[in-house]
Design a protein around this ligand. Structure first.
Ligand code: GLY
Length: 344
């Protein structure tokens, strides 16, 4: 019955996707603020934005801002970013992160364990190696050689509790409906178990425009809770979880990593902006691309994009309702609610 409902929902949305492709000119405008400006995914981005703003208002680089900003989230206790996050199905927290600057320099780490600030390791990969991406034990070895402390592998209390509950359910389910931002007694960004037993997951993606007119972005996550060991999502993949092109704009993604990877989501959004779409239109077109591609399979997923162009115009779009993002500029500190495909 459930499968049939999902099929019908997916088919309907697939048809809408075709309809929408023909009417894409009718899409709405994005908002615009003066530089400097920082945006990040979810309400929790407010705290992260404050740290980024300290850098930006002092005339600092967007690159420094997006690193310092998401470090706040990596430090905080939450389900889905940093060492306090939910573990994989074998009980290990594995972290993914990437960073990109205005010159196309980028660095990334994936499947990194026991290091508190994967975003800073990603930056070191960018600045100190001839490579873009390091993974697993190699990434950890590099981090330690760069002076990062090897932290305990012990889970946070919340993650331990969540893991125990998940084990009691005693079977692996792919983390499906990603109804993020759902509040619980631990706060807005804490581990949340959905009514149907599925688990939330989340990511912080941040993009900033500095006073010099340069863009940079960062993205960091512990990935889908109770994922298979070795699973890597979109967040450390340049072009999927994050993309920056200083001549055009920047985009960060959150949601079901597998589906963001399928369409190389953030790169796609930037390319839509290059071809004239506003940031919100570009995000919506990328969501539409997945809807057209996956048809009846989209009933189970959430994907969200947040984008800004080089002039400070910004916007977002998600597949399902509920995606929020935080904005900080000289005159504004605010949470915005994104439009979604399902709102149409
Ligand atoms: N978007 C985060 C992940 O799927 O890992």
């Amino acid at each position: 019955m459930l499968d049939r409902r999902r099929f019908l929902l997916g088919s309907t949305l697939g048809s809408l996707g075709l309809l929408w492709n023909q009417k894409s000119a009718a899409m709405g405008p994005s908002k615009k603020l003066d530089a400097p400006l920082v945006l990040s995914t979810w309400d929790a981005g407010l705290d992260a934005n404050r740290a980024a703003w300290d850098v930006l208002k002092a005339g600092g680089r967007a690159l420094d801002a997006v690193e310092k900003g998401v470090m706040v989230t990596e430090d905080s206790l939450n389900c889905c970013v940093g060492l306090g996050g939910n573990p994989d199905r074998d009980g290990f927290v594995t972290l993914d992160a990437c960073i990109m600057d205005e010159q196309g320099n980028c660095g990334s780490v994936a499947y990194l364990e026991r290091i508190k600030h994967p975003i800073s390791v990603a930056r070191r990969v960018m600045e100190k190696t001839p490579h873009v991406m390091l993974v697993g034990s190699g990434a950890q070895q590099f981090a330690v050689s760069e002076g990062f402390k090897l932290e305990s592998a012990e889970l946070s209390d919340d993650a331990q509790r969540s893991y125990k509950q998940w084990l009691e359910r005693s079977h692996y389910q792919s983390p499906a409906k990603n109804i993020e931002n759902k509040q619980n007694q631990h706060g807005p960004f804490a581990p949340t178990r959905l009514d149907d037993g599925q688990w939330n997951h989340d990511t912080i993606g941040m993009i900033a425009l500095d006073q010099q007119g340069n863009l940079s972005g960062s993205c960091t996550t512990s990935g889908a809770g109770f994922k298979m060991r070795g699973r890597v999502g979109d967040s450390p993949l340049i072009g999927s979880g994050l993309y920056v092109d200083n001549e055009v704009g920047a985009c960060a993604a959150t949601g079901q990593g597998e589906d963001i990877i399928r369409i190389a989501g953030s790169h796609l959004v930037v390319e839509f902006m290059r071809n004239g779409a506003t940031p919100e239109e570009a995000c919506k077109k990328a969501v539409g691309r997945l809807v057209s591609m996956r048809k009846n399979k989209i009933g189970d997923i959430q994907i969200c994009f947040l984008a800004m162009d080089r002039t400070g115009s910004f916007g977002a779009f998600s597949l399902r309702p509920g995606f929020t993002y935080a904005v900080r500029s000289r005159n504004e500190e605010k949470i915005y609610k994104s439009k979604s495909w399902f709102d149409q």
